[in-house]
Design a protein around this ligand. Structure first.
Ligand SMILES: Cc1cc2nc3c(=O)[nH]c(=O)nc-3n(C[C@H](O)[C@H](O)[C@H](O)COP(=O)(O)O)c2cc1C
Length: 470
């Protein structure tokens, strides 16, 4: 089978209930401590001891108020509310670790790029090159209303904005300062050589940004770019920009096709197929043996909140519970499409034309129906992982949490030694920047074929368009 080493990120969010709804009530769950810096410090130490690639912080900037026409369920069930800013816990975690990386989510739709460029560069400095960014365009209608709009920006338009947003960032991160701009010459009283710093003078359809970037070049300059788009437009965006792409699908076969698809598309953008790492969500429940794991899974099932999952699913605009169980989801999506929502488009991929509301509801609440689900002993789970990696060509997983710190503790205690024994997991950290962890020593910066690299040294600052080859 495969011998490639598998990367794991802990799937996190600066909130109580990320995607395992209802489990905050479990007596061993410490999610309610998320306001406390010690919660993050303890987690960072645990993940570094377990040789995780990164902690992956999701984020939304609105609330899920599409279910039962209000935010009450989300509030009662702690569905991603209350939640805090994901970027702000990173320096504390970086201070107690030397290798663990941090991938945080930030949306390109509502806040203009200049301030984020600076925040990201600051984090890359403070973490010594361990910062990654999960680019999202935000799907919550409530988010739009929080940032001065009456309704969501259309799906594909959000990606158009994101595309220009990234160009602005690349210009600031890659093109505005030369590597040797900061000279710190006490004798000549020159801190920064002004001839090596430039305005970017970006003027596009959505943004006008003069620059120069306010932050000097950090170890990685551009943080490692992650993206999880699954629509056609989203995949195209990922293929162009992402260095880590999340793929989805109904089953292993679809995952395999989607991994191949994203690599093919990356090549069409002039990138190497190996310059984009692919990840899937992993639902893993480990125990001393199979019975122990099954007992945990049963407990998680019992404590799961169907209402919480529905509030989460309804947040995209479809309130499944408002329809009879026998109604077909496709018909509903079609009807909702009239309102211009993009969910019809993205929902279509998750349902067959005959899927009923009842089936969809059952699926939405059943974590054990996730495409990658493994509950059992370390040997059984490692077998499942090894099989999936070999069959799909995935590079890694985001580990979903049921309990904090329990899920990660079980992973470190049971699974890491077993994966190491099989040569599928690192024995120690080698590289220190995030990008080098993914792509090897000497690759702290973007590959030359990456679209961000075309602004290096101030080149192409007036050129915005990068053409896809086919
Ligand atoms: C692993 C994973 C993590 C995601 N994290 C977030 C997130 O933190 N915030 C967010 O707004 N969307 C998040 N998304 C949603 C994606 O950004 C994207 O909108 C979604 O996959 C649908 O793709 P599309 O926009 O191309 O239709 C995530 C998706 C996946 C698969």
């Amino acid at each position: 089978m495969t011998t490639k080493q598998i990367g794991f990120n802990l799937f996190e969010m600066n909130t109580v209930g990320h995607i395992s709804h209802g489990l905050w009530v479990h007596p061993a769950n410490t999610r309610h401590r998320f306001n406390d810096l010690d919660f993050w410090i303890e987690e960072a130490k645990l993940l570094e001891a377990g040789l995780f690639d990164a902690v992956f912080l999701a984020d939304v900037i609105g609330t899920y108020d599409g279910y039962r026409a209000g935010p009450e369920t989300a509030l009662r069930e702690a569905v991603q509310i209350p939640s805090n800013d994901p970027l702000l816990v990173i320096p504390a975690m970086a201070a107690v670790t030397t290798h663990l990386a941090f991938a945080a989510t930030f949306s390109t739709t509502y806040e203009p790029p200049f301030a984020f460029a600076r925040r990201a560069s600051t984090l890359d400095h403070l973490t010594k090159g361990r910062f990654g960014w999960n680019v999202v365009t935000s799907y919550l209608p409530n988010a739009a209303r929080n940032f001065g709009l009456d309704d969501e920006v259309g799906h594909d338009d959000r990606y158009e904005i994101a595309d220009e947003y990234l160009d602005v960032l690349y210009k600031l991160w890659e093109g505005s300062w030369d590597d040797d701009a900061v000279v710190r010459n006490r004798e000549n009283r020159v801190y920064t050589d002004p001839s090596k710093v430039r305005y970017i003078n970006h003027e596009g359809e959505f943004f006008k940004v003069a620059g120069p970037h306010l932050t000097e070049p950090s170890l990685q300059r551009t943080p490692v770019i992650f993206q999880a788009g699954s629509s056609d437009r989203g995949r195209e965006f990922a293929a162009k920009h992402a260095e880590g792409a999340f793929v989805g699908g109904r089953d292993l076969q679809v995952y395999r096709e989607n991994v191949a698809d994203i690599r093919r598309r990356a090549v069409a953008w002039g990138r190497g197929p190996e310059h984009i790492k692919t990840y899937a969500s992993a639902v893993i429940i480990l125990g001393r043996d199979r019975d122990d794991a099954e007992r945990k899974a049963e407990e998680f099932r019992r404590l799961s909140s169907a209402e919480g999952y529905l509030a989460h699913a309804g947040g995209g605009g479809i309130d499944l519970a408002a329809y009879p169980r026998e109604a077909r989801v496709f018909d509903i999506l079609q009807a909702e499409n009239k309102a211009g929502r993009d969910n019809a488009q993205s929902g279509r991929r998750h349902y067959t034309p005959t899927t009923t509301v009842g089936e969809a509801l059952d699926a939405v609440t059943a974590f054990d129906r996730s495409p990658f689900y493994a509950a059992g002993s370390a040997t059984e789970v490692a077998d499942a992982i090894e099989g999936w990696i070999a069959e799909t060509d995935l590079d890694g997983f985001n580990l979903r949490q049921f309990l904090t710190p329990g899920t990660a503790e079980d992973f470190v205690e049971y699974l890491v030694p077993e994966l190491q024994r099989r040569g599928l997991y690192r024995e120690s950290y080698e590289e220190s920047t995030f990008r080098e962890r993914l792509f090897g020593q000497g690759n702290a910066r973007l590959f030359a074929e990456h679209p961000g690299a075309r602004f290096r040294g101030g080149a192409n600052l007036q050129v915005d368009e990068l053409q896809r080859s086919a």
